[in-house]
Design a protein around this ligand. Structure first.
Ligand code: SAH
Ligand code: SF4
Ligand code: F3S
Length: 467
């Protein structure tokens, strides 16, 4: 199916609404209306929130961190685990009092969570003070929704999911100065049996390569030095498109842009991590020495039930290939503990992958049942308490690995981007092009610059000296 790229007409309509909000909001709230954007979930949501802030800024809002004195409050939500959803409901509940004190305040909820029918219904019934609910495919219409509410419309629920559409050129207000997010694709086609993402984000669709390169170049011009390409499965970028640019080719195009910077990307699905991609990373020196390769489980039986399209052996072979080609690579992963039907034997297979591969760090989760996914109806006999024990065992194993990993840094010199202050007076923090953070003596003038740092010791973190 051809991709439907929307910009001019849709954007013009929204810009029209934005202008009208500019004067309406000033009438309602005074000269300087304030907006608070609260983000839950993954980097995709963080990036979407930067666009929400861009649109709000265009409508004359000042962006504030706290909802206390905000005139517009929006929750950008995540549905990936139950815990994420509970946190959101807790926060939405807090706006009830705010709306009592200041009835003109508008409350909106968007993102992955509301794209589930039962959640939208729950908000409709039990959270009457929420004014706007908008799904993942209509967030660019925020100006229209605010305009309608400020002009007296009833509550707005807009959750349509028109697939195969990408809206380009939405205004953006990025959070960071040196580190930035750059979405290259949206949605997911993989349907891992535990995961809600394909249902709430729709089918996989990739942006045109020239649009990505344009935005990337602009970011470099604006001073960004560390850019992360985003997608649920970046290494399937461009699949089925006529331009013939796959993820490896896209990396080469960005690596060729002049300047010193680091290109990161996430997430990679092991099934699509090709030798071509590994060779590309090896050859492209501006591409980060970091591969996030979620394996989820070390048991081939569980991987099959999860619909992951690789088994334990294939994953370990992929790791071997990556380490052979890029010996300095930092590997990280996601793991789910307690998938339905998982036994302690299966879990031990996960543990052994952790001790064998020696990941730089791990994101570990206890399985959370998601309504409507195939895994939600699979038999699950292991108690939460038992899963908790396995989970602690996994954390302990990784702690040991992390301690062993430290030794490989001592004595080596790294090119780092100095991008933050350390808590210690007179010290700064720098990121390697992998995942390590090094503290070193230096002053504010280094912020945003690349420096060479030799790691000398470890004291609750890597410590080094500029050379
Ligand atoms: N697209 C990415 C990750 C998306 S969600 C990928 O495929 O790697 C991030 C992580 O959340 C997943 O890798 C998985 O480890 C975890 N996750 C997803 N659904 C989950 C669920 N139902 N319960 C527990 N963890 C889950
Ligand atoms: Fe979810 Fe799997 Fe898609 Fe990742 S690849 S978003 S885990 S369905
Ligand atoms: Fe959560 Fe949606 Fe990301 S479900 S993990 S915010 S894609």
């Amino acid at each position: 199916m051809e991709l439907n790229i929307q910009n001019n007409a849709i954007l013009e309509t929204q810009q029209g609404y934005a202008k009208r909000v500019l004067s309406l909001a000033a009438n309602t709230y005074g000269t300087c209306p304030k907006a608070c954007v609260l983000t839950f979930g993954c980097q995709q949501n963080v990036s979407d929130s930067e666009r929400l802030k861009g649109m709000l800024f265009e409508m004359g809002y000042t962006i504030v961190d706290s909802m206390e004195n905000a005139d517009f409050i929006i929750f950008n939500t995540c549905a990936v685990r139950e815990h994420a959803e509970d946190r959101v409901f807790g926060n939405i509940g807090m706006t009830k009092q705010i709306k009592k004190d200041r009835p003109n305040t508008l409350v909106a909820v968007c993102g992955c969570m509301v794209q589930q029918k039962h959640i939208a219904e729950k908000i409709k019934k039990s959270y009457p003070y929420v004014d706007i609910v908008m799904g993942t495919h209509v967030e660019h219409r925020l100006p229209e929704f605010i305009y309608k509410k400020l002009s007296g419309a009833k509550r707005i629920f807009e959750l349509s999911m028109e697939d195969n559409t990408i809206v380009e050129d939405i205004p953006i207000k990025r959070d960071g100065k040196f580190k930035g997010w750059l979405p290259i694709m949206y949605g997911c086609n993989n349907f891992c049996t535990y995961c809600i993402v394909p249902y709430v984000r729709g089918r996989e669709r990739s942006r045109e390569p020239q649009k990505i390169v344009e935005e990337f170049k602009q970011m470099i011009k604006d001073g960004y030095k560390d850019i992360t390409l985003l997608g649920q499965n970046v290494n399937s970028y461009g699949k089925g498109a006529s331009h013939g640019v796959n993820f490896a080719k896209l990396l080469r195009m960005l690596n060729d842009v002049p300047g010193e910077f680091v290109i990161r990307f996430m997430t990679s699905h092991p099934k699509d991590c090709t030798i071509e991609l590994l060779d590309t990373i090896k050859e492209c020196k501006k591409v980060s020495r970091h591969l996030h390769l979620p394996f989820q489980s070390g048991s081939s039986r569980i991987l099959k039930l999860m619909n992951r399209y690789y088994d334990r052996e294939q994953y370990l072979q992929l790791i071997k290939n990556a380490k052979e080609r890029i010996p300095e690579v930092d590997l990280t992963s996601d793991i789910i503990v307690g998938f339905p039907g998982e036994t302690y034997e299966d879990f031990k297979d996960t543990l052994s992958v952790v001790t064998e591969v020696k990941f730089a760090s791990l994101f570990t989760f206890i399985y959370s049942k998601r309504r409507g996914t195939p895994a939600s109806v699979m038999e699950d006999n292991i108690t939460r308490a038992e899963k908790g024990k396995w989970f602690s065992e996994l954390l302990l194993a990784q702690e040991k690995v992390a301690l062993e990993n430290i030794n490989k840094f001592i004595g080596n010199t790294y090119r780092v981007l100095c991008d933050d202050y350390s808590e210690r007076e007179g010290y700064m923090l720098g990121h390697t092009s992998g995942t390590a953070v090094i503290e070193f003596e230096g002053d504010k003038s280094l912020l945003g610059k690349f420096v060479n740092v030799k790691v000398e010791s470890y004291n609750n973190g890597l410590c080094g000296k500029i050379i």
